[in-house]
Design a protein around this ligand. Structure first.
Ligand code: FDA
Length: 300
C-alpha cells in the first residue's frame, strides 16, 4: 500500500479535473455559499462550531479581490441571519496581498468592520513563509482596530517561537503544523521535530495566556496537548480543537466532546476547490485504500 500511496500522490495532479473532484469532494463543502452554510448548520447541530473559508488564493486582479471581500461580508450577514456558530478564515493573498499590502489591509478592514458589527471573528490563514512577516504585520495593524481578529502560526517554522513571544498576549491564534513546502534552513522537516516544536509552542502560548485553536488531526499530538492542558490547568475558555472538514475525525471528536472540549471544523467551499483538494488528498495516509474503496463503491 505504501508504494501505491506514493504513486497515487504523484499521478493525482496529472489527472483530469473531474477525476480529482470525485476523490476530493469530501474535503469541500460545495461550490456555493448556501451549500456551505447548510453543512455548517448540520455541524452546529452536532455541537461543533465552524470556520468558513472561500477557496482560492493569489488573486491577481483588484476587482476580483474586492468581489471576494464583498462575499465575505455577505457571509457574515448570512451567518448572523441564520444564527450560525461560525467565524471566518481568510487567506491574505485571496483578498489582494499579491497586488499590494494596502489593498489587502483595506479589504481586511472592511471585513473586520462587519465582523465587529455582528460580533463575529476573522482569522488570517497563514500561507507560505514568503508571506509570514507581512501577514503578521497585517494582523498587528488590524488588532489595533478590533480584537475580533486572529492569526495562524505554523509549528514547522523555526521562527514561530520568536513570533509567539512577540505577539500581543491578548491574541487568539491557531497552531498548526504547516502545509507549504519550506526549506530545511527555515523549517523542521521531520515528524518528531515538528511535533516536539508544536508541543513546545503550545506550552509557550498557554504560559502567555494566548487563546489557542489546536489545529491537528494527529491523535498523538491531540493526546499530548490534553496532557499539557491538564498539567498547566488551562481553563477550557482558552483553547479549542480544530479540524479540516472531511478528514475522518468522528471517533476523536466524539471523545473530545465527551470531555467537554470545544471543537471547530474548518469548512472550505467555492469554485476554486482544486489546489486545496489536491493538498488534502496528498496528506491522506490512506489515499490508496480511499481511492480503491471509492472506485468500487461508487462505480466510477
Ligand atoms: P499529519 O499530517 O501528521 O497527520 C496526522 C494524521 O491525521 C494522519 O496520519 C491521518 O491519520 C490524519 N490526516 C491528516 N490529513 C488527512 C487527510 N487529508 N485525510 C485523511 N486523514 C488525514 N496549514 C497552514 O500552513 N496554514 C493554515 O492556515 C492552516 N490552517 C489549518 C486549519 C485547520 C483547522 C487545520 C486542521 C489545519 C490547517 N492547516 C494549515 C494544515 C496543517 O498545517 C497541516 O498540514 C494539516 O493539518 C495536516 O497535519 P496534521 O496536524 O493533521 O498532522
Amino acid at each position: 500500500m505504501f508504494f501505491l500511496n506514493k504513486i497515487i500522490i504523484i499521478i493525482i495532479p496529472f489527472l483530469p479535473k473531474f477525476v480529482a473532484r470525485f476523490f476530493s469532494k469530501k474535503y469541500v463543502a460545495g461550490t456555493t455559499i448556501n451549500q456551505a452554510l447548510d453543512k455548517i448548520q448540520k455541524l452546529n447541530l452536532k455541537n461543533e462550531s465552524a470556520t468558513i473559508d472561500i477557496l482560492g488564493e493569489h488573486t491577481k486582479k483588484t476587482k476580483e479581490a474586492n468581489e471576494i471581500t464583498s462575499n465575505y461580508i455577505k457571509i457574515i450577514e448570512k451567518i448572523h441571519t441564520n444564527n450560525l456558530d461560525c467565524n471566518l478564515s481568510i487567506k491574505p493573498s485571496h483578498i489582494g496581498l499579491d497586488i499590494s499590502y494596502e489593498l489587502a489591509l483595506n479589504n481586511f478592514k472592511q471585513i473586520l468592520e462587519s465582523a465587529k458589527k455582528y460580533d463575529n471573528f476573522i482569522r488570517i490563514d497563514m500561507e507560505s513563509s514568503k508571506n509570514t512577516d507581512i501577514s503578521i504585520k497585517l494582523y498587528n495593524e488590524l488588532k489595533k482596530i478590533s480584537s475580533n481578529i486572529g492569526i495562524v502560526f505554523q509549528a514547522y517554522l523555526h521562527r514561530t517561537e520568536n513570533d509567539i513571544n512577540n505577539i500581543d498576549p491578548r491574541s487568539n491564534i491557531r497552531l498548526c503544523k504547516g502545509i507549504y513546502k519550506e526549506s530545511s534552513e527555515i523549517s523542521f522537516q521531520n515528524y518528531d521535530e515538528i511535533n516536539n516544536n508544536y508541543l513546545h509552542l503550545l506550552e509557550l502560548a498557554f504560559k502567555k495566556n494566548i487563546y489557542v485553536g489546536i489545529a491537528t488531526h494527529d491523535e498523538r499530538l491531540i493526546y499530548k496537548s490534553k496532557e499539557i492542558i491538564k498539567k498547566m490547568k488551562v481553563d477550557n475558555s482558552l483553547f479549542e480543537f480544530q479540524y479540516l472538514y472531511g478528514v475522518p475525525m468522528k471517533k476523536i471528536n466524539k471523545k473530545l466532546k465527551n470531555e467537554h472540549f470545544k471543537i471547530r471544523s474548518y469548512v472550505p467551499f467555492g469554485k476554486d476547490w482544486y489546489d486545496y483538494s489536491i493538498r488534502r488528498i496528498k496528506e491522506n495516509p490512506q489515499i490508496a485504500s480511499y481511492v480503491i474503496k471509492n472506485i468500487f463503491s461508487k462505480g466510477m
